[in-house]
Design a protein around this ligand. Structure first.
Ligand SMILES: O=C(O)CNC(=O)[C@H](CS)NC(=O)CCC(=O)C(=O)O
Length: 274
């Protein structure tokens, strides 16, 4: 069957992982999950920290939290795409890692955020220097699943069309973009960038986002979106916390690709210049 259900959970994560995890469990109980379901969590779903030291210390406990997530997968009979969690790397730095777990709670993929947010934004934050504490990933990840071939990305990655084209060339049909966009950049760029990535690659997108004023003092844009390969907004969380959902239909995706074969027409595929 080519139809399945996807859910994005919009969160306002605190600095307390236990609290965020319990909140997530509550939302999963509240939203009436149809099977098979892929539940997508935002960037920093487990905890949105204030200092690199706090994230570093959490990065040494990720295995415990993966076990907890695995239990949720089995209890609800769902796949979970776990936005990002810090995972200890080396020299007091961590990866911003996103994991995909199947309904048995097994980790079937891991992606390390490739593009790190070193940027100044006029939002009163004083600027972001993610690379000071985070090690950049290097590998493009596309993995097969009952929901189609899933391409993993995180937040700032969204600005780099080349990554999405690379995932497309590996066969991606559904992109996940767990995020914690700033309010300033989110208002201007979030929806148009997501729509462009969906339309140009003819892929579904589930973009679960952080939303609101956080305990760590940050403000995030929200507007978790689920988009069709045509660029239609199938669900928009606006500023509401909890679950949004939509149905994905891979037969429709393949019909669209047949009607307008942009991937065949593309003269800038890597095979032409590598
Ligand atoms: O630092 C943490 O704890 C969690 N990570 C984030 O919030 C990251 C890095 S600062 N945020 C983004 O990538 C926002 C990108 C963005 O807003 C844009 O591209 O406009």
């Amino acid at each position: 069957m080519s139809i399945s259900h996807v859910v994005a959970v919009q969160m306002c994560s605190t600095m307390n992982p236990e609290k965020n995890f319990l909140q997530l469990k509550q939302w999963l109980t509240d939203c009436n999950l149809k099977k098979p379901t892929l539940v997508c969590l935002p960037e920093t779903w487990l905890a949105f920290m204030q200092t690199a030291e706090q994230s570093l210390s959490l990065s040494k406990q990720y295995e415990y939290w993966l076990t907890q997530l695995g239990q949720l997968c089995r209890a609800f009979n769902i796949w979970i795409a776990a936005g990002t969690m810090p995972v200890y790397g080396e020299q007091n730095k961590y990866y911003a890692a996103s994991f995909l777990l199947n309904e048995r709670g097994e980790v079937v993929a891991r992606y390390n955020k490739i593009h790190l947010f070193d940027a100044d934004v006029a939002d009163g934050s004083g600027g972001y220097r993610e690379s000071k504490s985070t090690i950049a990933g290097t590998d493009v990840v596309v993995v097969d699943s009952p929901f189609g071939k899933i391409g993993l990305s995180v937040c700032y990655d969204l600005r780099f069309a080349g990554l999405f084209q690379a995932m497309s060339e590996l066969g991606a049909e559904l992109f996940l973009v767990p995020s914690a966009f700033t309010t300033v950049t989110g208002q201007a760029h979030w929806a148009p960038l997501l729509q462009a990535r969906a339309i140009e690659n003819q892929c579904y997108i589930v973009a679960a986002a952080q939303c609101g004023e956080h305990e760590n003092g940050r403000k995030t844009h929200g507007h978790s979106l689920i988009l069709s390969p045509w660029g239609d907004v199938m669900a928009d969380a606006q500023q509401t916390l909890g679950c949004i959902s939509a149905q994905i239909d891979l037969a429709q995706l393949h019909q669209l690709r047949k009607d307008m074969p942009v991937q065949v027409h593309n003269r800038f595929k890597s095979e032409f210049y590598e």
